[in-house]
Ligand binder design. Sequence first.
Ligand code: ISL
Length: 568
Amino acid sequence: MRWATSTVYQIYPRSFADSDGDGVGDLPGIIGKLDYLQHLGVDVVWVSPFYPSPMVDNGYDISDYQDVDPLFGTLEDVDELIAGLHARNMVLVIDVVINHTSAAHPWFVESRTVPETPKRDWYWWRPPREGMPFGAPGAEPTNWVSFFSESAWEADPGIGEYYLHLFARDQPDLNWENPAVRQELYAMMRWWLDRGVDGFRLDVINVVSKDLPLRDGEPLPGSPYGAGFPLFTCGPRIHEFMAELHQEVLAPYRATGREVLTVAETPGATTADAVLFTDPGRAEVDMVFQFEHMAVGRGVSRFDPTPWTLPQLKAVMHRWQQDLGATGWNSLYWNNHDQPRVVSRFGSGRPEYRAASAKALATALHLQRGTPYVYQGEELGMTNYPFTGVEQLVDIESVNHLASRMAAGSAPEQVLAGLIEGSRDNARTPMQWDAGRHGGFTSGTPWLPVNPNHEVINAAAQVDDPASVFSWYRALIALRRELPVVAHGDFVPLASEDQQLWAFLRRLDDARLLVLVNVSDEPVAVDLTALSQELGESPWQPTDLVLGTHESPAPTTLRPWEAALWWL
Ligand code: ISL
């Protein structure tokens, strides 16, 4: 697996670095930080959408796939970014959102306004439900709820039909059943490869194959809607489409020796799906970006926080390690632009342990089998923002969720805590570069406020500090490149029921690496005899430390949030 020794760094461009003082990050801002990324040691950079967009979903609603929104810069800036990365032996992965376009995309404008156009079939248009007048409540073609808390169908009086949108009404779904749609998207991707990009993150790609005929889902308790998710997640033609995409887009370039990375964002995918997507023999995608571990500590939605235990988290991640085995390949992540900050979610609530917990969680993730992803600011131990009121939240998913809960009779204060804890805005506050005004992110007014804790948590304070979270991430990223057992070894879970200790073994040929992480505010004893007996071996007595977060580590006890790696 070409990407086994790589680490991917995700940039959310509007919040990374602002070069022109308009309060929004941009491509020249990213170009100005390439030395920082090189120093961190990452070799793949994934940039979230920077294309022309009405920004209803901050760029995941694209109105022109082959240009750059002036907010972020120009196509020449992309060329300069590619050159800057390549000069540092790094590569660029761009984010293609091809399940849907913006409603402002010319394809959709034509589809909805030009009679008899072939573009009508480029989207999912359907008449009202049988026997019901257009526009009547419940006349939507199916009872599906969108990811953004409203009906997945929007009525268009101009046509007298409804169009499907699994996300916002401004994000109409493309009809992948139409080969002309697929060929247009493949041509667009080849255009970017010809421009020099090195790969694609395929946004929510596992919903492009819908189970036909489109039909109602199971009613959702306490909701006027039904669950369409099972009827469009990893649908009947998804692997056919992924194989076709590979053949039409990637294969011609790989045949010339170009290394092209594809990561499929696949919410709801199972480990069995993941093996089908990523088995190299099937020539579909290189790795999946899935969400099962993100559901730990959540009830019916991300806005419904519930108590969680370390065994629950370990069980999900260990199953993914074991089910994918030697055939499948997974992204390893805690954070992205859709997820609250991991140190606030699974780390310590005690300020004195925040940094240590960030390092501990990073260790438990980066030592697994797969390709790790670092989301901007995670390498600093950045935290969620201290939001206090719903009016501070701007993400469409949060705004729509609040509106739907209030329409159902809840008062804002009843949903406030869950909103604040689960909102995607937590991941989108600006990168904290220094302790100065607006964290060094912008000379203007930031589009989203900079976390006040930037005075303590910032890159300038950490880059040259060998004890910082940044330096620990840098060491983990380097270790993956140095030790074949980290990149290519198998995974053996240990102490799966332990409430504090996260322990596992990585093995490759004669190399055996014991990973011990204390995921708690209290010291923990490590029963090495019990661990070794899980493999039927005589008691382990490791003496050769590979890496440790604390001074003078002992393999038999771990201090709060201590992590240590030992050769066996
Ligand atoms: O945030 C989520 C809902 O809780 C995720 O399920 C997310 O919506 C889903 O994984 C798809 O995410 C991707 O597509 C969306 C966009 O809003 C997200 O930012 C993107 O990561 C629609 O393009």
